[in-house]
Design a protein around this ligand. Structure first.
Ligand code: HEM
Ligand code: MG
Length: 329
C-alpha cells in the first residue's frame, strides 16, 4: 500500500499556466473546494482533478506545475495533510469536505475526511475563513476579506504586500484571542498561520510582475472564486514561501505559541509546543507523526504499509535536519 513520492518537475521556468488546456470552470455538484485558495484554484483550472479529490502525488506535482512551489515544501505540506486528512487505503484526499469519491475509509478514529477537517491541519485565525468554533472554516468570508482590503489600503498602498500581511496576521490573531474560547495557536498552526500570509504574495503575483504587492481584485478572485487572472504566469523560480517575508511578518508583532484556556482572552503560552524537539521544523514533523499515531492505534497489513510509505514521503523534506520517527516499525 501507498505510493512513493513523485520526482520533482524538470522545467521550473516561468510560464503561462492559465492556458488553453487549463481553463477556469465553475463548480458542479459533488466537486470539493476547501480552505486552501491555492489548491482550490488548481482544481478549478484542471491542474488537479476538478472533483477536488486527488492523490498526494498529484498534489505535489500540481503545486509545482501551477505555482512553482519548491519541491521539498510541496512534499512537506502535502504529506502532512495527507497523513491526517487523507484516505490511506485508497490514496485519495478531498481538498474540501468529506467525499464519497475518496472511497471506503479506514476505521475510526481515522478521519479520511478532507482538508476541511478542523484541528489536524486546518486551524484558527485564517485570513479569509472563520474559526471552526465561530462559523464556517472553509468557505470564503466576505467580512474577513473586507478586513484584508481595509488593511491593504491603510498600510499596503492598496495592495496586499508584506506590510499588509503582517497587520492582517496580527488582527486575525487578536480577534481569535478575543472571540474564540478554544482558540488554538500552537504547533502546527503556529507555523502554518504565518507562512500562509506570505503565500499570496509569493504565488499569486504574476511571474512577469515586479510589483511587491498583490492586486486586491486578483486576490479576491483566487480566494473567493478559485480563479487565476487571465494570462496568469507562474513565478519564474521555485519557492517555499519567502523567508525574508515570513521573518518580517513574525517580527512585526510579539507572538508566542499557545491557546485560550476555554474562555476568551485567556491566551496562554504552550510549554509543549516543541514536543521532544529543539528545531521548530522537527517539532512540526513530530507533531504530525504523533497525530498520525493517534488516528491509527494499531494498523495492520496494507493500511500499515501505506501509512509507513507516506511517513517516509513526509520525512524526505526534513531528512537533512531531523531524525526519522518510526511509530509503526
Ligand atoms: C491555507 C493545505 C498548497 C495557499 C491552507 C489550509 C490548508 C492548506 C489545509 C487551511 C489552513 C487554515 O487557514 O486554517 C494546502 C496543501 C497544499 C497547499 C495540502 C499542498 C502543497 C498551497 C499553495 C498555495 C496555498 C501552492 C498558494 C499558491 C494558501 C493560502 C492559505 C492556505 C493563502 C490561507 C487561506 C486563509 O487563511 O484564508 N492550505 N495548501 N496553499 N493555503 Fe494552502
Ligand atoms: Mg482555518
Amino acid at each position: 500500500g501507498g505510493q512513493p513520492a513523485p520526482a520533482p518537475i524538470a522545467d521550473t521556468s516561468m510560464k503561462l499556466v492559465n492556458d488553453a488546456a487549463h481553463p477556469w470552470m465553475p463548480l458542479t455538484a459533488d466537486q470539493q473546494r476547501g480552505p486552501c485558495p491555492g489548491l482550490n484554484a488548481l482544481a478549478s483550472h484542471g491542474w488537479l482533478p476538478r472533483s477536488g479529490v486527488a492523490t498526494p502525488g498529484e498534489i505535489v506535482t500540481a503545486v509545482q506545475n501551477g505555482f512553482n512551489m519548491e519541491y521539498n515544501r510541496a512534499l512537506l505540506v502535502t504529506y502532512a495533510a495527507f497523513l491526517v486528512n487523507g484516505n490511506l487505503l485508497t490514496n485519495l484526499m478531498s481538498i474540501g469536505g468529506i467525499s464519497r469519491l475518496t472511497g471506503p475509509a479506514p476505521p475510526a478514529p481515522a478521519l479520511a475526511s478532507g482538508l476541511n477537517t478542523h484541528g489536524t491541519f486546518e486551524g484558527d485565525a485564517s485570513l479569509s475563513r472563520s474559526d471552526a468554533a465561530l462559523g464556517d472554516n472553509h468557505s470564503f468570508n466576505e467580512t474577513l476579506f473586507q478586513q484584508i482590503i481595509d488593511i491593504s489600503n491603510k498600510v499596503g498602498g492598496g495592495r496586499y504586500n508584506v506590510s499588509a500581511a503582517a497587520e492582517v496576521r496580527f488582527q486575525r490573531f487578536q480577534q481569535s484571542v478575543a472571540e474564540n474560547p478554544g482558540f488554538f495557536f500552537s504547533t502546527p498552526r503556529f507555523n502554518t498561520a504565518f507562512i500562509e500570509t506570505v503565500f499570496p504574495i509569493v504565488f499569486f503575483i504574476d511571474g512577469r510582475s515586479t510589483d511587491p504587492g498583490l492586486d486586491l481584485d486578483v486576490m479576491r478572485d483566487f480566494f473567493q472564486n478559485s480563479r487565476m487572472p487571465p494570462d496568469f504566469h507562474r513565478r519564474g523560480t521555485p519557492s517555499g514561501g519567502s523567508d525574508e517575508e515570513l521573518d518580517f511578518v513574525m517580527a512585526a508583532h510579539d507572538y508566542v505559541p499557545g491557546f485560550n484556556n476555554g474562555t476568551v482572552n485567556s491566551f496562554t503560552f504552550d510549554p509543549n509546543f516543541m514536543g521532544t524537539q529543539t528545531d521548530t521544523l522537527c517539532a512540526l514533523y513530530e507533531k504530525f507523526v504523533n497525530t498520525t499515531m493517534e488516528l491509527y492505534p494499531s494498523p495492520q497489513g496494507d493500511l500499515r504499509d501505506a501509512i509507513n510509505t507516506n511517513l517516509d514521503n513526509f520525512f524526505i523534506p526534513v531528512s537533512t535536519r531531523c531524525t526519522q520517527i518510526f511509530p509503526f516499525p
